[in-house]
Design a protein around this ligand. Structure first.
Ligand code: COA
Length: 186
């Protein structure tokens, strides 16, 4: 096993662990996307933060990544470097499990960027973190997110019923398990 990389590239994207110097850009993208993200993203209940609080939050991402706990990456357009969103492997769901999360700037949805950014995360979690499974938890009304989860070949395994802002919310839990090691034929 090895640590997760600080930076990764795909055909169109660059994923890089958050740095405190990203705070102003993150602030701008979150402010531009408040209405788009708020219904689906739990951390939006604490937004909008000040720039200083955003910097402090990124400092917690840096610390957590260094401890091998939550691994959160800024998603940027590969050539221009424009900030498009975020993807993450969170230490949630119990031992041997990581939870994949993601969000995109609304102007960059419908182009396959979330699927491209997350495509390698399950294999990385199996190889680098040694986990047995990755899970995703999507509001059952969030069809775009459920499609990303399905493109990751994650299968529904159950539901979680929550109350959020006094309203019932049903999350679909999807799972992709580490493939069984195939031994030599006997
Ligand atoms: C969830 C979210 C990231 C999904 O974004 P998305 O753009 O639909 O997902 P992708 O980037 O993978 O793009 C897939 C779409 O692009 C299309 N597409 C275009 N070019 C593509 C390409 N080269 N590769 C793959 N898909 C492509 C696909 O057909 C698909 O569109 P469709 O759903 O109309 O069929 C986005 O809706 C979002 O940020 N929502 C708010 C936050 C959120 O809900 N996060 C998840 C919480 S569980």
């Amino acid at each position: 096993m090895s640590a997760l990389p600080d930076e990764m590239a795909t055909a169109r994207l660059r994923l890089r662990r958050w740095r405190e110097s990203d705070a102003e850009e993150l602030r701008r993208v979150l402010d531009d996307n408040d209405a788009h993200l708020r219904p689906w993203i739990p951390f939006m209940k604490d937004e909008p933060r000040s720039l200083e609080a955003t910097r402090e939050r990124i400092a917690t991402f840096v610390q957590s990544f260094d401890c091998g706990e939550h691994h959160r990456y800024a998603i940027r357009e590969r050539t221009s470097g424009v900030l498009l969103g975020e993807t993450m492997l969170l230490d949630r769901g119990g031992p041997g499990t990581r939870e994949i999360g993601y969000w995109l700037d609304r102007a960059h949805c419908g182009l396959g960027f979330a699927s491209e950014a997350t495509a390698e995360l399950p294999e990385l979690a199996f190889a680098c973190l040694g986990v047995e499974r990755v899970i995703l938890r999507c509001d059952e009304r969030n069809t775009a997110s459920l499609s990303v989860a399905r493109r990751l070949h994650a299968l529904p395994i159950g539901f979680e019923d929550l109350i959020e802002n006094g309203q019932p919310v049903r999350l679909v839990v999807l799972e992709r398990r580490r493939p069984l090691a195939v031994g030599p034929a006997r």
